[in-house]
Each structure stands twice: as C-alpha cells, then as structure tokens.
Design a binder for this molecule. Sequence first.
Ligand code: NAD
Length: 332
Amino acid sequence: MILNLNAYEIKIENNLIDNLAEEIKKVYSNDRIFIVTDKNLIRLYESKLRTTLKDFKIDFVIVEPGEHSKSLHTYEVVSRYLIQNGMRRNHLLVAFGGGVIGDLAGFVAGTLYRGVPFIQIPTSLLAMVDSSIGGKTGIDVKEGKNLLGVFKNPKAVYIDPMLLNTLPEVEYRNGMAEVIKAAIINDKALFEYLKKHDRLTIKELIAAIEVKRKIVLEDPFEENIRMYLNFGHTFGHAIEKHFDYSIKHGFAISYGMILSLEEGVRLGYTPKWLYEEVKAMLFKHQLIKEPLYKKDEFIHLISTDKKQLADGLRFVFAKDIGQLEIVKGVKF
Ligand SMILES: NC(=O)c1ccc[n+]([C@@H]2O[C@H](COP(=O)([O-])OP(=O)(O)OC[C@H]3O[C@@H](n4cnc5c(N)ncnc54)[C@H](O)[C@@H]3O)[C@@H](O)[C@H]2O)c1
C-alpha cells in the first residue's frame, strides 16, 4: 500500500491575482472564503481582492503585521473568530500575506476542526521563495520560534510577482537572504546572478522556488536533505531570539550563514573562499554590516532550536555552492 502526500500546484505568474477566482474554483467548490491577512495588506489590497473574488462571500480576518502575531494569543483570536463567524470544516482558509500570515494561517488551517482546506498567496519575497512552499506552519512561544506547528500542505500556492511592487525595500532585502541561501544550496547560476544584480526577474524567482520545491519533494518531513534549508538558521533563530524578534528573519539568517561558514572554516568543512564570497554577497545586498556577531553570544540560545534532536545538534555546513553536509552531534 502506498500513501501519497497530496500534490499541489505552485503557480507563478504576473498579475495572477486578477484571475484568482478562476484559479480558486479549480481547487475549491464552495462559495465562502475566509482570508487571513495583516493590516498593511488589507490597506493595500482589500478593494482588489473584493473585486477579483466577487463571486465568493469573503470574510477578512485581520491581524497586526509582524512576528508578534505568530503567537498563541493571535492563534486563539483567529481560530475563535472563524468558529464564531460560521467557518465550517469544508470552507476555505486563504493566507494572503508574508511568512507571518502563512505560518499563522497555516497552523490554524492544520488544527481548526483537525484541518480545513487552505491556500497560500504569499505577498513578500521571503514568503514567495520560502515560507509558502513545503507545508511547514507554526507559531512562536516564549521559549523559541516555531516551536508549535504542524505540516499542513495547501491546496495550492499562487504567486503573483506584481505584488512585490508594494513591498518595502527592506522587506525585499529580507527575502533576498533566503534567495541567497537557495543559491548556496543548489544553484550556481543563481549565485552568479546575485553577485551582479539587486532585483530578481521572474526567472530567478522561479529558480529560487525550484531549489526549495525539489528538496521538499524528496524529503517532506525533514529527515535528511530538507535540513539543508536550515543552513544559517540554527544561529539565525538564536539571533532572532537574542533580539526578541526585533531583527528580521532574513537579516538574522544572514548573520547566521556567516557564523555557520566561519565555524565551517574553523572545523575544516568550508573553504575560506566560500566564506569570503558569501560575505561579500551579503554585504552587497545590505543584509549584514560590521561589526559581525560572535558565535559566543548566541550558543546558549540554540538549545531550544528544533534542529537540536535527541542525539545532539545536527548542523549544516557548506562545502561549495551546491554542496552541503549535515553533521550530527556538533558541539560548539
Ligand atoms: N514556514 C516556513 O517554511 C518558513 C520559512 C521561512 C520563514 N518563515 C517565517 O516567515 C516569517 C517572516 O516572513 P516575512 O518576512 O514575509 O514577514 P511578514 O509576514 O511579517 O511580512 C513582512 C512585512 O511586509 C509587509 N508586506 C508583505 N507583503 C507585502 C506587500 N506585497 N506589500 C506591502 N507590504 C507587504 C507585511 O505587512 C509585514 O509588515 C517568519 O516568522 C519566519 O519564521 C517560515
């Protein structure tokens, strides 16, 4: 017997938002939709969404922008709002927003009534290339980031790069960190492109998404190579926690990548040239600045990271562009 995971489409197209109703009808046959979004996005896109989705009865569930909405409190508020406002088990939940909205709404979708149908419409670069792909959802607790969560695959992911036109510059750079990470994991051509360019065309956007898609397809539950995607994240999460999440994820993992490369050089996994090239790239994309952080400030904070398994820390070292190694039981 074989139990297959549900396959789902990731559709990437300029102005896809204009045909959203047609796309949704391909995967959902009811007429009621609940859209989770944040205050910034509702201000920018409410009328657009109301027009394009006029065939549906829409309820917006609006939360504060920012990481602090990935909390037990907001999770409870959103879930109870949906229950009180007539959401049924076969109604559709749509995440329209950045990674915060995708993670929060996905966690609600995975747990409300033990699971409701769910669609991701990522609006930030980070969410397009990373958080909306792969089914990981979750919220933060005081002890650390993403410590409560479920794997919840959406019915579809709709990516409209035109939405990036309203994304603040700093958020674009924040997303670039995950694009750089994707290039290091498995795309030399993308890495070369990023040495010269500050913005992505739809071609590079697709290339970055493809790195993640392939890895998740091979290892959906992070038993082996999906850990590559954690490159820079063990230190990155510790840095986020150290600053009480006031530093953006992409910037934190950029410093995290630098610390991972530094450790890789020290332990003999990473060649010095790779450290230098990635550092130069992170400076170019204004993701890091001097003085760089020292690992000792964050070591004590990596103990609650999910990558810390019962048999010790699994840490991802980069040996070359497209060549990573997972090392068990690393002690710093
Ligand atoms: N689930 C995963 O696999 C995964 C992977 C990577 C990151 N994440 C999570 O993603 C989160 C970070 O995501 P993020 O950087 O998108 O943060 P975010 O959701 O807070 O969005 C960043 C800011 O940009 C605004 N914004 C988003 N799209 C916009 C648009 N098109 N126009 C104008 N403003 C827009 C938002 O309102 C917000 O203020 C973190 O919580 C991180 O843990 C999850």
